[in-house]
Design a protein around this ligand. Structure first.
Ligand code: GLY
Length: 420
C-alpha cells in the first residue's frame, strides 16, 4: 500500500516510522515532512489545503493519515474523503470536539460524561465579574486551537483575570470573536488515553503520561509537551474499566447519536482525583505529540492495517496488541527559550551518529538540512525515545543520549519518568 502522512512534526515522524514498518507498506509520502522524516519517507513541500488535496488525488494512495489538528478543523479529512480517498482523521464536525472547548462541554453535558463544571464567556468584563466571585484555583481555557498553550491553570483570581486579558485584550490567539471557557479546578493526576474508531467499532490504543510544563517538577508555562512515559503508570485495571464505561463508551455512543461520523483517533485528556474518579479535561481528535512517539515503540500489531481498517470501516475485524511488558519514555529536546523566545537555525552537530532501532529512536520535529549540516527550525526539535523492561532502563538511555547530543542551544527537563 502507498500511504500519505500530512504534517511535519515528531508525531508525523513516529507515524511514518510505524507505517513504514508494516509488511503491507510499499511507500510512505509525507507532506511537507521534515529532514528526519525524509530519511524514511518521500517528503514534498506542500502544505496548503488546496495543494494537499490536489497532490493526494494525483497520487491516489491507499490511505491518508492527517496528523495535526488545524488541518482537521479545516475539514481536510472530510474533503479528501469526498474525493473518494481513504482517510484516517475526522471531518471538521468531529474535529470540533477539540477545536471548540465550548462544544466539548456541551457534548459532555448531553451525554453525561464527567467533566469539570464550566461557563463560557465572550467578553472580558463578564468573565472578570464571574472570576471575582471566586476564590482559589480555577482554569481558563481559550475556546479554539492554541497548540497546547491556550489552557491556563490559575492558582488565584488575579492570575485568571490576567489569562482572560491575554485572550480578550491582548488578543494573543485570535483577533476577533474570542471566547473562554472557565472551569472548576480539579486536583489530581493526568493521563492521555487513546481510542481509534471507525464510527461504529472502536479499539483502545494505549495510554501515556504527558509532562506539559516547561520546567522540572511541573513548573513554568504550559508547552506542547516536554516528554511522555507509556503506559501511564496510574492506569490500573479498575481505573481502566471506569474510563472505558464512563468516558470512552459514552463518547462513541454520543457521536453515533449526534450523527457525527468519526474515523480516526480520539485522545482523551483525563484527570483522576483522589477517589480514583476520572474526569474528562479535553478531547483531542488526533494522536498526541509527544504521546505517540513513546506509544509507537510499544505497538506490536500492524499499524498500517489498523489505520486502513479504521478508514474503510472495517475495524470490527481488527485487534490491537502491544508489547505488554515494554515501557517507553520520550524526552523532548527543545531550543533554550521555548515556549517563549528562542533562536532558530542553530546547528545540531552529531545527531547522525546515533543509530535508530526497535528500542531506540530519535524523531525529528523541527530540523532542516543546509549544506549537509543539520539545523534546528523551531521550539520543540527532537524526541528521543527508548523502550525497555522498566522506566528506569528507558530513562537511563534517553538521558545518556540527550547529554551526548552536541547542540549548545538544547534544553530538556531532567525529571521525565523519574520516581517510577
Ligand atoms: N501532548 C498533548 C497534545 O498532543 O495535545
Amino acid at each position: 500500500m502507498n500511504v500519505i502522512v500530512i504534517g511535519s512534526g515528531a508525531r508525523e515522524h513516529a507515524l511514518c516510522r510505524i507505517l513504514d514498518k508494516s509488511y503491507l507498506c510499499e511507500k510512505v509520502f509525507c507532506f511537507p515532512g521534515n529532514y528526519g522524516i525524509s530519511q524514511i519517507a518521500e517528503c514534498r513541500n506542500i502544505s496548503t489545503k488546496e495543494d494537499i488535496i490536489r497532490e493526494c488525488i494525483k497520487i491516489n494512495p491507499d490511505l491518508i493519515v492527517v496528523g495535526p489538528e488545524n488541518y482537521l478543523s479545516e475539514n481536510l479529512a472530510g474533503e479528501l474523503r469526498n474525493n473518494g480517498l481513504n482517510v484516517f482523521g475526522p471531518d471538521s464536525k468531529g474535529a470540533k470536539l477539540e477545536s471548540s472547548k465550548e462544544f466539548m462541554k456541551e457534548f459532555c453535558q448531553l451525554h453525561d460524561i464527567a467533566t469539570a463544571k464550566s461557563q463560557t464567556f465572550v467578553d472580558f468584563e463578564k468573565a472578570k465579574n464571574y472570576l471575582e466571585s471566586f476564590n482559589g484555583p480555577i482554569v481558563v481555557k481559550y475556546d479554539g486551537l492554541a497548540a497546547g498553550k491556550g489552557v491556563f491553570v490559575c492558582t488565584n483570581t488575579n492570575e485568571a483575570i490576567e489569562a482572560c486579558k491575554r485572550v480578550f485584550i491582548n488578543k494573543e490567539f485570535n483577533q476577533e470573536n474570542n471566547k473562554v471557557v472557565i472551569e472548576d479546578f480539579i486536583e489530581g493526576r493526568e493521563l492521555s488515553f487513546f481510542t481509534i474508531t471507525d464510527g461504529e467499532d472502536y479499539l483502545n490504543f494505549g495510554s501515556a503520561q504527558d509532562y506539559k510544563r516547561i520546567g522540572d517538577n511541573d513548573t513554568g508555562p504550559n508547552t506542547g509537551g516536554m516528554g511522555t512515559i507509556s503506559p501511564a503508570p496510574i492506569l490500573e485495571e479498575n481505573l481502566n474499566k471506569i474510563i472505558q464505561e464512563e468516558i470512552v463508551e459514552k463518547t462513541i455512543n454520543g457521536l453515533i447519536q449526534d450523527n457525527i461520523a468519526f474515523q480516526g483517533v480520539i485522545f482523551f485528556g483525563i484527570i483522576v482525583n483522589e477517589f480514583n474518579q476520572p474526569y474528562l479535561l479535553e478531547y483531542n481528535t488526533r494522536f498526541g505529540d509527544p504521546e505517540i512517539q513513546s506509544i509507537s515503540l510499544r505497538v506490536k500489531s500492524d499499524f498500517l492495517s489498523l489505520l486502513h481498517s479504521t478508514a474503510t470501516k472495517n475495524l470490527k475485524y481488527s485487534k490491537i496488541e502491544f508489547y505488554e511488558n515494554k515501557k517507553s519514555i520520550c524526552l523532548i529536546l527543545a531550543t533554550k527559550g521555548y515556549p517563549e523566545n528562542y533562536p532558530k537555525n542553530t546547528e545540531i552537530r552529531n545527531i547522525s551518529k546515533f543509530k535508530n532501532n526497535d528500542d531506540f529512536y530519535i524523531f525529528h520535529a523541527a530540523t532542516k538540512l543546509i549544506d549537509s549540516k543539520i539545523f534546528s527550525n523551531g521550539g520543540r526539535v527532537l524526541s528521543i525515545v527508548a523502550s525497555g523492561n522498566d522506566y528506569r532502563e528507558c530513562r537511563k538511555k534517553v538521558y545518556e543520549i540527550a547529554n551526548m547530543i552536541d547542540w549548545p542551544e538544547k534544553y530538556y527537563r531532567s525529571d521525565i519518568g523519574a520516581n517510577f
